[in-house]
Design a protein around this ligand. Structure first.
Ligand code: FAD
Length: 362
């Protein structure tokens, strides 16, 4: 079915992962008109299940998001496939541009586009990503427990040492491969030795695969370090290039592990009206934290819009012939919506959740 978008919304959410959908859910339940534009490539797509998420542990990532989309739609929110390529200030609102040529107006933008994991360029590694090449002990550490794990230093060595200790909690067989970087010394070396974590120096040239399993890591000198799983620390890059038109650019994260869009605790960025949630700002957020941040940002955006609506209502109340009063009477220039009109202070939507399928498809 062809997806449709209105001309204007209270909020356009860029990205329909855990953060974006939970933000949209809060907004739709607040009778805000909201559209989620989603390119359909969540970060954890290669994983078989979402782990560490209460009451949904192990659910397939695609199923979790399908349920999320249905919940947003149940309250009248729109969820459309598409890629946002730009966003620009447009009077007191924004225009959001899509790759297919569509453009949508929004009073506020919630950016929840996630991040890109830049994997080390080592033959054989990318093909195993999310299965037995892993990064996060909480996401898939349990799934590789008791296996022979190689922790491959791809970023700062102290981070790799930290990662080695985390995976040592899950397996007695952990090797730290320095991959050409200086080997840990002093206390770090002693702590690794004390916990039985062997350090292997030398550049890693390939991840060797036998059948559908990792056989080991090949070093430049030809040695094969037999391992069944590999832990890496990809460089994390916020998906945010489309914000350049608003003067919003990713900056290096303080941890030195990638870049992100800085925001305050509620998701407010330095550009008024633009909010961010999930991995685009918090590189360490797992699904639960991303969803929580999206929900918090959605609530704050609703409060921000209420403040704006109240200012307009007050001006109209004091002067019925003011521009604000006329705007309230004539409705939004950008188009209305069945569950809360862009530019209007009065909710107009359904009083109860609609069943999925009741609304027009998007
Ligand atoms: C292999 C792997 C396994 C993982 N396993 C777990 C796990 O078991 N448990 C756990 O809690 N966490 C896990 N994570 C972390 C999890 O992926 C993130 O916490 C979560 O995806 C963050 O949600 P998000 O909404 O911020 O971003 P995402 O889930 O990445 O969603 C962002 C969405 O925005 C869309 N998008 C991007 N750019 C645009 C654009 N320009 N226009 C429109 N849409 C756009 C993307 O296509 C995507 O659908 C794992 C990560 C990886 C890499």
């Amino acid at each position: 079915m062809e997806e449709q978008l209105q001309d204007g919304y209270d909020v356009v959410v860029v990205g329909g992962g855990a953060a974006g959908l939970n933000g949209a859910l809060m907004l739709a339940r607040s009778r805000r008109s909201v559209a989620v534009v989603d390119a359909g490539a969540p970060r954890n797509a290669p994983a078989a299940g979402v782990h560490g998420l209460l009451a949904r542990d192990g659910m397939a990532p695609g199923e979790l998001l399908e349920r999320g989309r249905a919940e947003v739609r149940r309250y009248g929110g729109h969820v459309a496939e598409g890629e946002v390529i730009g966003a620009w200030r447009d009077g007191d609102a924004f225009t959001v541009g899509l790759a297919d040529g569509r453009a949508v107006r929004a009073r506020r933008i919630l950016v929840a586009a996630g991040l890109v994991d830049e994997l080390p360029d080592i033959p054989g590694l990318a093909e195993r990503w999310g299965r037995d090449v892993v990064h996060c002990p909480y996401c898939h550490g349990w799934e590789v427990r008791d296996r022979a794990i190689g922790v491959l230093a791809t970023g700062p060595v102290p981070m790799a040492v930290h990662q080695a200790h985390l995976f040592r909690q899950l397996s007695a067989s952990v090797v730290l491969l320095t991959n050409g970087r200086p080997a840990p010394t002093g206390d770090q070396a002693e702590e690794l030795a004390a916990r039985g974590i062997r350090v292997v120096e030398g550049e890693v040239t390939a991840v060797e695969v036998a059948g559908d399993h990792i056989a080991g890591l090949r070093l430049a000198d030809g040695t094969l370090v037999a391992r069944e799983a590999v832990a890496v620390a990809p460089r994390m890059r916020a998906r945010a290039g489309f914000l350049a038109g608003l003067g919003l650019h990713p900056v290096e994260h303080a941890m030195g592990v990638g870049d992100h869009i800085p925001a305050d605790a509620e998701g407010r960025t330095e550009v008024e009206g633009v909010w961010v949630a999930g991995n685009t700002t918090d590189l360490a957020a797992q699904v639960g934290a991303a969803a929580a941040a999206g929900a918090a940002a959605g609530a704050r955006i609703n409060a921000d819009l209420i403040a704006e609506d109240t200012r307009a209502a007050l001006a109209a109340h004091r002067d019925p012939f003011s521009a604000e009063a006329q705007a309230l009477l004539s409705g939004p220039a950008s188009g209305g919506d069945r569950h809360g009109r862009a530019g209007s202070s009065e909710p107009s939507g359904p009083s109860a959740p609609e069943e999925p399928g009741d609304r027009e498809s998007v």
